[in-house]
Ligand binder design. Structure first.
Ligand code: SF4
Length: 471
């Protein structure tokens, strides 16, 4: 677990984040730009809703038939000369990858951006073994230097300024690197080029594996995944077990949705399709190809018919960009590798820790903006509401809150106690009311009134008004 993810609760981290004006402004500016570009790209494509519907159907079909497509994928990867491992847990995946590296005597490792390797905390495990590991995606390289986890699944260093990046790079260079974009990118290019040439192992994620051919696809804007999977002698790809499509025809639909939804691009600059190790007729490519397929809680989600849809996610990040909570508190506040609305849904299941992560269901206003933009139509707000229900059912909410809701239920179940409670509230509220609102309520009402106004109870109830008007 990274230092930013340790210890504190979502509320504590969010409270700190709300004081960080720079971060909030940077996040808002970046996600606004992404949103505008996305709207332009989807308008230009036309029939966006139908594309989303098609994407939803493809993901649904793949997830509903995951056992079949996983075994087809594994068989085809082996036919192509690759090796397949299934890793039930994060620790198994780390162990498998370490053993592959040791078998090939690997020392220098280049990685391209991969959320699934963040999920299994791979870098830390490799570095602990004395291996030289470098992230080659520019944003991930910045975060590696800063020892921070990503704060967005598509634009991981969205919260960093050019000044902060220049300082990180200057520390590596041991000289001042100017904070303009050309200087910063030129510096990282120079450093990373050397790392690519030196590397004996390349580790990538996998945007989508294609079951009927055993190929994997990688989508980047920097071309670093292509260098990672073709320059070193060994290529290890790590994928979440749900990240597959049946065929290239399905991939075409998802690659129409993903870049538009993620960054507002028609296509990313590079789409790499890898089909196992180098063949005799190939000019370049790795001598060895390994595919590590990770479960790590996905079977739990698959078995849970209420939450299974969350496995349809294609990690476009669009739900982050429109979420009013994410826009204010940024990605680190969630305390999970996966933040935003989708992270709030899946973190408790992936970690099997409802007590710690189930409360992320409350990191939402339930406005449904996430569901409205989701590239594959996952009803995220609905899943967040269901997760709240699970959280409450497990009794993880504070005891005082549970007591209040019990009283509330008892009161509402009986018309006499309800009317009595309303009368009492009308009387008790008067010293607290200002301009029609309760501004400073006593506990537990203060949890609400500390940050917003609570409307006062009406002088006359609806029943009283009705009776007056109709009798
Ligand atoms: S839940 Fe939907 S919008 Fe959010 S990242 Fe996944 S596919 Fe994109």
């Amino acid at each position: 677990m990274n230092k930013i993810h340790q210890g504190k609760t979502f509320r504590e981290r969010a409270r700190e984040a709300l004081k960080d004006d720079f971060m909030r402004q940077a996040v808002r500016k970046a996600v606004d730009t992404l949103e505008t570009r996305k709207e332009e790209a989807t308008d230009a494509l036309g029939n966006w809703d139908q594309w989303r519907e098609q994407g939803k159907r493809i993901r649904e079909h793949a997830v509903e038939n995951l056992d079949y497509y996983l075994s087809q994928l594994a068989a085809n990867v082996r036919n192509n000369g690759g090796t397949v491992y299934f890793a039930p847990e994060a620790k198994d995946a780390r162990q498998i990858i370490l053993e592959i590296i040791k078998k090939h005597g690997g020392k220098h490792i280049v990685k391209s951006k991969s959320m699934v390797t963040e999920e299994i905390h791979l870098n830390k495990a490799l570095i602990k073994e004395g291996l030289d590991v470098v992230e080659t995606d520019l944003a991930e390289y910045i975060l590696q230097l800063a020892d921070e986890p990503p704060s967005h699944i598509v634009v991981p260093s969205i919260h960093k300024s050019r000044d902060q990046i220049a300082e990180l790079f200057s520390n590596v260079a041991r000289e001042k690197i100017p904070n303009d974009t050309p200087s910063l990118t030129a510096f990282s290019r120079k450093v990373l080029r050397e790392k690519f040439l030196q590397a004996d192992i390349g580790i990538t994620g996998c945007n989508f594996a294609i079951a009927d051919t055993g190929a994997i696809s990688l989508v980047t804007n920097e071309g670093n995944a292509r260098l990672t999977n073709s320059l070193p002698k060994v290529h290890i790809a790590v994928m979440g077990m749900e990240r597959l499509v049946p065929s290239f025809a399905d991939l075409e639909v998802l690659l129409t949705l993903l870049p538009r939804s993620a960054t507002g691009q028609k296509l990313t600059s590079y789409i790499s399709i890898t089909n196992g190790p180098k063949k005799p007729e190939d000019l370049d490519g790795p001598d060895y190809f390994y595919l590590v397929i990770l479960d790590n809680g996905r079977s739990r989600i698959l078995a849970d018919t209420e939450f299974r849809q969350s496995l349809h996610c294609i990690r476009c990040g669009a739900c982050f960009n429109v979420c009013p909570v994410y826009r204010q508190v940024g990605g680190h506040s969630y305390g999970s590798v996966y933040g935003g609305p989708i992270g709030s849904v899946i973190s408790a299941f992936l970690t099997n820790d409802m007590e710690r992560y189930g409360g992320l269901a409350y990191a939402s206003t339930l406005c449904a903006a996430c569901s409205t933009v989701c590239a594959v139509k996952i009803p995220l707000h609905d899943l967040l509401l269901k997760l709240r229900h699970r959280y409450v059912t497990h009794k993880y909410t504070p005891a005082a809150e549970r007591t209040v809701f019990k009283l509330w239920r008892t009161t509402f179940q009986n018309p006499k106690t309800y009317r009595l409670a309303i009368k009492m509230a009308q009387k008790a509220q008067s010293p607290l009311v200002n301009n029609g609102y309760i501004i400073k309520g006593p506990p537990p009402l203060s949890a609400w009134t500390n940050s917003r106004y609570f409307p006062k109870a009406a002088e006359k109830t609806f029943r009283e008004q009705w009776q007056q008007q109709h009798h």
